[in-house]
Design a protein around this ligand. Structure first.
Ligand code: B3K
Ligand code: ZN
Length: 877
């Protein structure tokens, strides 16, 4: 397979004004008739071009041009295309009949069946598995869709837009529905659903007074579990009106929950399809983390209606135009609905846990890539999360008001179009009068910039200066890097812990509290500084960079106690814990034991009694950097055994020192009253769980009993699942009892039982691999169901670093074996799993060699998918 390049973009030679689709749904042989109104594109640069349509896994039954059936000699067919060399000069009608087999489709792209429900996934290139089409995002058409099915098998028939009619045919043997979507859209936003589903409904009145019918479709018996998703949807719709002036634009908005889905959810126009794990929630079945995830994904998909659907992408290289922007919007929504700082902490944690390692390894790529072999491999943390950080930086640089004007202009100017990053940036440049050309590098230059900050204080002159240096490390395909425009929000803390006024003659380089770092090196001097301040740099994490500031442990404790920027209070704690752990790893690797840790424990203890801090924030302080975070921080010669031990050492030290305090937190925050998923209550549960996690590390009888007590007396899944994880990681007798108990209670619930797989996959016990391997043969496991694969195999590879990275390499072998098995039917999921190997070069030599051997096995495989082939190629390069 050959790479596709951004620089090769050409407008389409043909346009398709309208699409009429007719589906006769049948499990093994669905008939699809497509009628297209086609015309030559006046903007095309090619004259007399043949019409080349994309198609895969289709059985072609007929091609009819302006009413005439074409003979075999009038078109050409390959495995991936249908070419019609001669087409009329005037607009023409093309009818194409195909047959497809949804029951055999385990790739979960195109039309497939999930637990008996017909559903579709067309982004990025699934529509070509339904019919021959110009499967590219810059071809926008209006759709009219007729679905016909067996009414017993599929009483519910849905597609995009509004429903025009429905009825029965064949004397009641069949029934049908016709849907029409008046908004032109690319085919990746097409969707249909047909099945036996139950639903809940609600009404929404838009700001300008239109009524919208909202419906969420779920499995029978699960209706109550959809209430939170509905609540989240209404709040998202209101928020987008208030915050961005965006209203909904159809008579109905439908969400369908399906069990087998390659990702979280999909924003099809008016018909969002969701992984059921991100719709279904009740206090008994879902944790607060799931409640939060549902809220944010419902919002994300809804927000795509404007950022993605009304304005879509010109080509797939512009993916971040819709994804980065929509992630930014959903992050802002969650920040407004919950605690802004806690939201920021969790977004930054996520970024550092996934995007930073991606950006520093062999899979590093620009937020707007320049080439790809398989586009589905580019739905990455970089495109999504770093993409969102770029939008956030635009908002930081411009300020809230100008940012909103820029967004308004973008919506106004590009509504109904397939746009580019340049067009997006131009809107902000125009409204603000700023030159964003250097800033645009964030889209094209990969790698995480390093910013080094040195300070000096001149007591006599009462000046304080910050010298900032930026460098961006080399990444694949990019040896030379240019200096970026980095907005650094800063503050200076005086000895009393308050912010000092920022007076300087730095001119443009400092605006309010933001330093605009544009040069490789820049010095900013502050005047009238009465005493040596403590710098608080990168407040709110204003740019996605690695920051190095000289701060002593005392400084970190001071920032943790005093910084007016709550994010940096957390950051100080996190840096402090990270430093301590890295020192512990270093000591262990020299056969020693570090005596550090008490300083951090003391600072943490002091923060935990600060009642001005809400519990969700205090929970974040108690959550130490993960083992993977430490591995990323160390960056080379990584030995996961030492990291695991250092992590445990610090956890235990804190637990021992703070035992009474943590026990008191765990006792006093005990759930009372009915469950509420709101931020304040979730925060208490989070703090309680974080305290328990520290305590459980002691492994003492008291600690285990406390954990078991939480598990067996839990009144909600947030308490139960957390305690189950801790017990599953322990060597206590309660381990088996709890796991068996959970299984008995939930084995019939295909969503909830994943929690049981996760608990075992993440357990750091030495037999973890054997357990995981055995579970792949468990009757509740199904290798064709992505949620099961992620719960068991994905969690083992990503969330159990010490057992996955076993010194004997068996973890890598297992993963590769599973990847090759999955690749035969679901390339997307197989390629996704390979991500777990992206940091293999950072391993110590022995593991590195074993990892390479395992990866090489894939290259020897006779017929890997394009998806897996591309990732292995890049990973080993
Ligand atoms: N746009 C989809 C992701 C599609 C992934 C295709 N491999 C969901 C989202 O980002 O909202
Ligand atoms: Zn998205």
């Amino acid at each position: 397979p050959r790479p596709i390049y951004l620089r090769d973009y050409r407008p389409p030679n043909f346009l398709i004004k309208s699409v009429n689709l007719d589906f006769k749904l049948d499990a093994a042989a669905t008939k699809v008739r497509s009628r297209l109104k086609v015309r030559h594109n006046p903007k095309s640069q090619v004259h007399n071009a043949p019409l080349i349509l994309d198609g895969e896994n289709l059985k072609l039954d007929a091609v009819i041009l302006d009413g005439n059936t074409l003979t075999r000699s009038q078109y050409r067919l390959t495995k991936t295309s249908l070419t019609i060399p001669e087409t009329p000069i005037k607009p023409f009608t093309l009818e194409i009949h195909t047959t497809i087999d949804p029951s055999q489709n385990k790739s979960l792209q195109g039309l497939y069946r999930s637990r008996g429900v017909f559903c579709t996934q067309c982004e990025a290139q699934g529509f070509r598995r339904i019919t021959y089409f110009l499967d590219r995002p810059d071809v926008l058409s209006t759709y009219t869709v007729r679905l016909e099915a067996d009414p017993k098998e599929a009483p519910v028939l849905l597609s995009n837009g509004n429903r025009l009619e429905r009825g029965t045919s064949d004397r009641g043997e069949r029934h049908y529905a016709v849907w029409h979507d008046p908004h032109p859209k690319p085919c990746y936003l097409f969707a249909l659903v047909a099945g036996d589903l139950s639903s809940i409904a609600a009404d929404f009145k838009t700001a300008s007074g239109s009524d919208v019918g909202l419906t969420i479709y779920v499995e029978h018996g699960k209706e109550e579990r959809a209430a939170w998703a509905m609540d989240s949807l209404k709040r998202s719709m209101r928020w987008d009106e208030k915050r961005f002036g965006r209203e909904y634009d159809l008579e109905v908005f439908n969400i369908v929950a399906v069990s087998d889905f390659n990702m979280g959810a999909m924003e099809n126009k008016g018909l969002n399809i969701f992984n059921d794990r991100l719709v279904l929630a009740s206090p008994e079945t879902a944790t607060d983390t799931t409640f939060e995830a549902i809220e944010s994904v419902v919002a994300h998909e809804y927000f795509h209606n404007w950022t993605g659907n009304r304005i879509t992408c010109r080509d797939w290289f512009q993916l971040c135009l819709k994804e980065g922007l929509t992630v930014y919007r959903d992050q802002e929504f969650s920040a407004d609905e919950r605690s802004r700082v806690v939201q920021r902490i969790s977004d930054v944690r996520q970024l550092k846990a996934h995007q930073f390692p991606e950006d520093s390894g062999p899979l590093a790529h620009p937020v707007r890539p320049e080439s790809y072999i398989e586009i589905n491999n580019f739905y990455t943390a970089t495109v999504y999360e770093k993409g969102a950080e770029i939008v956030r930086m635009i908002a930081t640089i411009l300020g809230a008001e100008a940012f909103r004007s820029g967004m308004d202009l973008y919506f106004e100017r590009h509504d109904g179009e397939a746009a580019t990053i340049e067009q997006f940036l131009e809107c902000f440049a125009e409204v603000s009068g700023r030159d964003l050309s250097q800033f645009a590098l964030w889209y094209s230059q990969s790698g995480t910039p390093h910013v080094e900050c040195r300070t000096s204080y001149d007591k006599r002159a009462r000046t304080y200066s910050l010298t900032l240096k930026q460098t961006t490390p080399q990444t694949p395909g990019q040896q030379q890097k240019n200096p970026m425009h980095i907005p650094l929000r800063i503050g200076l803390l005086g000895p009393d812990g308050h912010d000092l006024p920022l007076t300087t003659d730095a001119g443009d380089a400092l605006q309010d509290d933001i330093i605009h770092l544009r040069q490789p090196s820049q010095t900013i001097t502050f005047t009238d500084v009465p005493a040596r301040p403590i710098p608080s740099v990168l407040r709110e994490f204003s740019a996605p960079v690695h920051l190095e500031v000289e701060l002593s442990e005392k400084d970190l404790a001071f920032l943790l106690a005093n910084d007016s920027d709550a994010f940096n209070r957390w950051q100080a704690a996190n840096t402090y814990a990270m430093r301590t752990m890295v020192a512990m790893v270093e000591a262990l690797s020299r056969g020693k034991r570090s005596s550090r840790g008490t300083g951090f424990a003391k600072a943490l203890s002091a923060a935990l009694v600060d009642d001005n801090l809400d519990w969700a924030f205090r929970a974040e302080l108690m959550r130490l950097p993960s083992q993977s975070d430490v591995a990323t921080e160390i960056g080379q010669n990584v030995d996961h055994t030492f990291i695991y031990r250092a992590h445990r050492q610090l956890t235990r030290l804190i637990a021992r020192r703070l035992e009474d305090q943590l026990a008191a937190i765990h006792d006093t925050l005990k759930e009372s009253g009915p469950f509420s998923p709101d931020a304040a209550n979730a925060g208490k549960r989070a703090a309680r769980n974080a305290a328990l996690q520290l305590l459980a590390s002691l492994g003492s009888k008291t600690a285990i009993n406390r954990t078991a007590d939480q598990y067996f007396n839990a009144s909600n899944m947030t308490e139960a699942a957390h305690a189950l994880n801790l017990l599953a990681a322990s060597n206590s007798p309660q381990r088996r009892t709890a796991l068996d108990h959970f299984y008995q209670r939930w084995h019939e619930d295909h969503v909830v039982i994943d929690t049981w797989f996760v608990a075992q996959a993440q357990s750091p016990r030495n037999n973890a691999l054997d357990v995981v391997r055995a579970l792949t043969r468990h009757e509740r496991f199904d290798i064709t169901a992505p949620n099961k694969v992620r719960a068991l195999i994905g969690n083992f590879a990503l969330m159990n670093p010490v057992q996955f990275n076993r010194p004997d390499g068996k973890g890598y072998e297992f993963l590769v074996e599973q990847i090759l098995a999955i690749d035969r039917f679901n390339p997307q999921i197989a390629a996704r799993l390979l991500n777990a190997m992206r940091s293999w070069r950072a391993l110590e030599p022995k593991r590195r060699k074993l990892a390479r051997n395992a990866l090489t096995k894939i290259t020897k495989h006779p017929d890997p998918s394009r998806d897996v082939h591309e990732i292995v190629l890049r990973i080993l390069d």
